[in-house]
Design a protein. Structure first.
Length: 94
């Protein structure tokens, strides 16, 4: 049975990362579509786009998920702050 060389193993892992990256982008796209719908509802309800309380809930939930998946909490908070900022931008545009 032939064994894989290090370069082949590296390429297999890079291909796997590529698939994961595609899923991340797809999920972010889905999230932004839902966020746009939330923005429309907020405007109809005359609710502020910015909700620090909701943002805290989102980041807290992300931190809990980070612990479950052994991901550094500070890293997750940075990512979710960017996601929240983009969500607010989209909600202001829609």
């Amino acid at each position: 049975m032939p064994t894989l060389c290090l370069e082949e193993l590296l390429e297999i892992h890079r291909d796997h990362l590529k698939l994961i990256d595609e899923e991340i982008v797809e999920l972010l796209g889905q999230r932004m579509k839902v966020s746009a719908k939330v923005g429309v509802l907020k405007k109809l309800n005359k609710t502020e786009i910015c909700s620090p309380q909701q943002e805290l809930k989102v980041t807290d939930r992300a931190m809990k998920n980070a612990k479950l998946h052994d991901v550094h909490g500070g890293f997750i908070v940075k990512i979710f702050r960017l996601i929240i900022e983009e969500s607010k931008r989209i909600q202001n545009v829609e």
